[in-house]
Design a protein. Sequence first.
Length: 341
Amino acid sequence: MIIKSIKLDNFRCHKEFNFDFKKKTSIIVGENGSGKTSVLEAIYIALLGKSFRATDPDILKRDSEFYRIEINFTNGEKTVVAYSLINGVLKKQFLVGEKKYLRLPKKYRYPIVLFLPDDLHLIGSSPTRKRDFFDRILGGLDDNYSNLLNRYEKALKQRNDLLKKYSEFNLDEVKNVIFSWNLLLAKYGVEIRKKRQEFIFEINNRLTETYRSIAENSDILELEYQLQGEDISESEYLKRLEDELQRDLILGHTGFGIHRDNYNFIFNNSDADGSASRGEVRSIILALKFIEAELIYEKTGKRPIVLLDDVFSELDETRQKSLTSNFKDNQVIITSVDIVN
């Protein structure tokens, strides 16, 4: 799938925007705040069905009644996304192949590798940021993972709401009310953790070799999945939730679970955050992006479209060449404040 052109109406700061893409590499140049990232966001929505950074009301240009995205592909196909009033309510619709959908069907989704400036700070970021980063990648590789994570997060919200509501009630009474949500969290939590562990195993099988191809050295790199507690069964997970109920009631939220697990980068047997240089950190992130693209192609047979948001200028000449070489078979769309040589 190759994008030929894009047209935007009332999308963020763009009242109207048109752009024709090249089959290989296209560069969108503009000052900071000119809406370059918004173009990548529109592509992401049209190809995957959702934004990577906001909800539809946030995307709608101020004082506008609708937004519209139109993407044309080189094979003659077209995808239109419209956010407008439907029966008096603002809703998003996808028009693909003359049919309208409220959600983009799986058969019309196309994989994307997204590279944001904040990704370069991943290694020293919070556990939440790292979980979000890897959840997005894993969700793109495994639809079942996305469904499990969505169900887990809904159950977690329900349990946390009940913890706040029943904080002053009898403990036995709360146990009965909250038990069904404990069951769901244990079930989905164990399944999610297993999928994350399998995913990390796949990454680690490639990580050092891919990193060395970029950095041209003999460093050793490993991604570590840090569990909150031990690797436990569903019944043990359930018991842990029950045992910590009193504490959770005091805190007003669920303290134990896969939503507290973390990822850590081990660089030459030390924590990469603090031991890896700025250049080495950038090579690590590049390696992750290359592996993501490889896994997508292996699992789907599709070459993902690569979106690089203002990060090319953050890389030295060696890493720029590595980026170009590794994505030579992909359509690459770059945003930049300067012309990239």
